[in-house]
Design a protein around this ligand. Structure first.
Ligand SMILES: C[S@@+](CC[C@H](N)C(=O)[O-])C[C@H]1O[C@@H](n2cnc3c(N)ncnc32)[C@H](O)[C@@H]1O
Length: 458
C-alpha cells in the first residue's frame, strides 16, 4: 500500500481512529511535558519526545477532508507554539524512514514553525539551528547518533503501520530501563490488532491452521513477522478457525502486553475502532503509575468511562463493609477520616492499571505516605488477602534482586467489599461519536481526592 500524501498531509481514515488517537496523544504529551519539565531549568534536564514513525506532521482525515496536526506536528507545536514557556526543556527527535514523508515533514515545519527549519547535520541526520529538533532517516541512524542512556526523561512513540520492530523496542527498553522498572522512559506503541486476524492489502492474516505445511507463502511471511513481534509462537494457539474475531484480538493483545510487562509494570492497551471490523490498540507503557492513571482518564473522558470511573459512589458502601471487617483501623479517627490501609486500597483499585501496586508507586495517595508506612500498609493488605504477589515473566535484569509487585485480588474484594474488577477500556465506534461528546463524564469529586491536580489535562 503506497503512502498517500496530499499537500504534505498523510491521508488517513477514521474520526474514531486517527483523529481520536491523535487527540489523546496530544493531551498526554502535554501532561507528560508539564510533569517532566517541572522545577528549575538546567541543561541536563532536557526531556525528549521521540517519534519513531513521525509521518509528515499533518494528517488529512479522509472521511471529512479536515486537516489536523499529526503526532509530530503536536510535539512541534508544544515546542514552538503559544505555550512555549513550558517547553524550553523539550527536545524533539523525529525518525521517518519514508523519503516522501520526510520531505513533506520538512515542508510542514517550514510553513508552520520556521524557527525549527532543519539543516543537514550528520549522515542521515538533519537538525534545527537551536539543536532542539532532529530528524533522522532511520532507526539505524537514530541508534547510531543518539546516546540512549544520556537522554533525560524520554517518551517514545512507535507508530508504524502494523506493529513495531520489536528488536528496536527491546533495544531501547533494555538500554534505558537498565535497573528493575526504572522510571524516565515511557513507550506508546501502535499495534494493528485486527490486521493479524483479518489481513489487509499486501499483508496476509496469520494462518488459522496449526500445521505449518498447510500455510501459504504469504501466511508464512506474516507468521515470521508475528514470531518477531510477540517474541514467541504463542499466537499459534490463539489464531484458529471457528474462533470469534474479537476473542482472538483480545488474546493477541494480552500476549503482546505480556511481552511488554518485562520492562514496564504498567501496560495499558487502549483500543480504537476506525471503522466496522477494524481494531487497533495503542499500548501505553510506563513505570510511573501516575502517568498511566492520567492517560486512562484522558481516554475514558473522550470515549466511555472505564475502570472504576463509573463506580465512584461505591466508595462509601465499600468502606462501611471494610471497616466492619477491620474495626481496629477506625480507632481514633473522626467520622470523615479514613485509615491509610483503606485509602491505598481504594486508590489502587480505582486508578492502577490491572490493580498493580508496589512500594515504588508514586500516586496521589501513596506519595503522601513515607516508605515505611507504605510498606506497612502493603504488607497489611497482603496478609489480609486484598492484594497478591505476581511474578514477572522473564525478568530481564540479570544481577538484580526481584522486588515484590502486587495486584489486587479481585475475588476477595468482590466477596468482602462488593467491588467489581474494573471494566476494561471500550473503544468508540464511528456511530458513537455524538453520544459521548455531548455527555461529558461527571464524577463525585468530593470522594475523589486524587483528581484535583490532574484535571487540567482532560
Ligand atoms: C500512520 S503514519 C504515523 C504518522 C504519525 N505518527 C502521526 O500520527 O501523524 C505511520 C508510518 O507509516 C509509514 N507508512 C508506510 N506506508 C504507509 C501508508 N500507506 N500510509 C501511511 N503511512 C505509511 C510512514 O512512513 C509513517 O512513518
Amino acid at each position: 500500500m503506497p503512502v498517500e500524501i496530499e499537500n504534505d498531509s498523510l491521508c488517513l481514515s477514521g474520526e474514531t481512529g486517527t483523529k481520536l488517537k491523535t487527540e489523546i496523544i496530544e493531551r498526554y504529551y502535554r501532561f507528560w511535558l508539564s510533569v517532566t519539565t517541572r522545577g528549575k531549568g538546567r541543561f541536563a534536564d532536557y526531556v525528549y519526545i521521540i517519534e519513531m514513525n513521525a509521518g509528515t506532521g499533518q494528517i488529512k482525515i479522509e472521511e471529512t477532508g479536515k486537516i489536523i496536526l499529526g503526532s509530530a506536528g503536536h510535539v512541534l507545536d508544544l515546542k514552538y507554539g503559544p505555550n512555549r514557556h513550558l517547553n524550553k526543556k523539550l527536545r524533539v527527535v523525529l525518525v521517518e524512514p519514508h523519503k516522501d514523508c520526510r520531505q513533506s515533514l520538512q515542508n510542514v515545519i517550514l510553513n508552520r514553525w520556521p524557527e525549527a527549519q532543519l539543516h543537514p547535520y550528520k549522515q542521515g541526520w538533519e537538525r534545527s539551528s537551536d539543536g532542539s529538533v532532529s530528524l533522522l532517516e532511520s532507526s539505524e541512524y537514530f541508534l547510531k547518533h543518539m546516546n540512549l542512556t544520556g537522554l533525560g526523561n524520554s517518551l517514545f512513540f512507535f507508530d508504524p503501520l502494523l506493529a513495531p520492530d520489536q528488536s528496536l523496542v527491546e533495544k531501547i527498553a533494555s538500554t534505558r530501563i537498565n535497573t528493575p522498572f526504572k522510571i524516565g522512559t515511557e513507550f506508546m506503541i501502535f499495534f494493528f490488532t485486527s490486521d493479524w486476524v483479518r489481513g489487509r492489502t499486501e499483508f496476509s492474516a496469520l494462518p488459522k491452521s496449526k500445521i505449518e505445511t498447510e500455510w501459504t507463502l504469504e501466511e508464512k511471511e506474516s507468521a515470521r513477522t508475528a514470531d518477531r513481534v510477540f517474541g514467541n509462537q504463542n499466537w499459534v494457539g490463539i489464531i484458529s478457525n471457528g474462533r470469534k474475531q474479537e476473542e482472538m484480538e483480545r488474546e493477541l493483545v494480552g500476549l503482546y502486553k505480556q511481552s511488554l510487562r518485562r520492562w514496564f509494570r504498567f501496560v495499558q492497551p487502549l483500543p480504537f475502532v476506525p471503522k466496522g471490523g477494524q481494531r487497533y490498540d495503542v499500548f501505553c507503557c510506563s513505570n510511573f503509575d501516575v502517568g498511566m492513571t492520567v492517560i486512562n482518564r484522558i481516554y475514558g473522558n473522550l470515549t466511555w468511562p472505564f475502570g472504576l470511573q463509573g463506580d465512584i459512589r461505591k466508595n462509601r458502601m465499600a468502606y462501611t463493609k471494610f471497616i466492619q471487617l477491620h474495626p481496629e483501623l477506625d480507632e481514633g479517627l473522626s467520622a470523615t477520616e479514613r485509615p491509610p490501609e483503606w485509602k491505598v486500597l481504594w486508590y489502587i483499585m480505582r486508578n492502577h492499571i490491572d490493580g498493580i501496586c508496589d512500594p515504588q508507586c508514586k500516586g496521589e495517595i501513596t506519595k503522601k505516605l513515607d516508605s515505611h508506612t507504605l510498606n506497612g500498609v502493603l504488607t497489611w493488605l497482603y496478609e489480609e488477602g486484598y492484594i497478591k504477589q505476581i511474578g514477572i515473566e522473564s525478568w530481564p535484569w540479570v544481577d538484580s534482586q526481584q522486588f515484590p509487585v502486587f495486584t489486587i485480588d479481585w475475588t476477595t474484594v468482590k466477596t468482602r467489599l462488593d467491588v467489581d474488577s474494573p471494566a476494561p477500556p471500550r473503544a468508540l465506534e464511528p456511530g458513537d461519536l455524538d453520544k459521548v461528546r455531548v455527555q461529558p463524564q461527571k464524577e463525585d469529586e468530593q470522594e475523589d481526592e486524587d483528581q484535583t491536580s490532574l484535571t487540567d489535562f482532560f
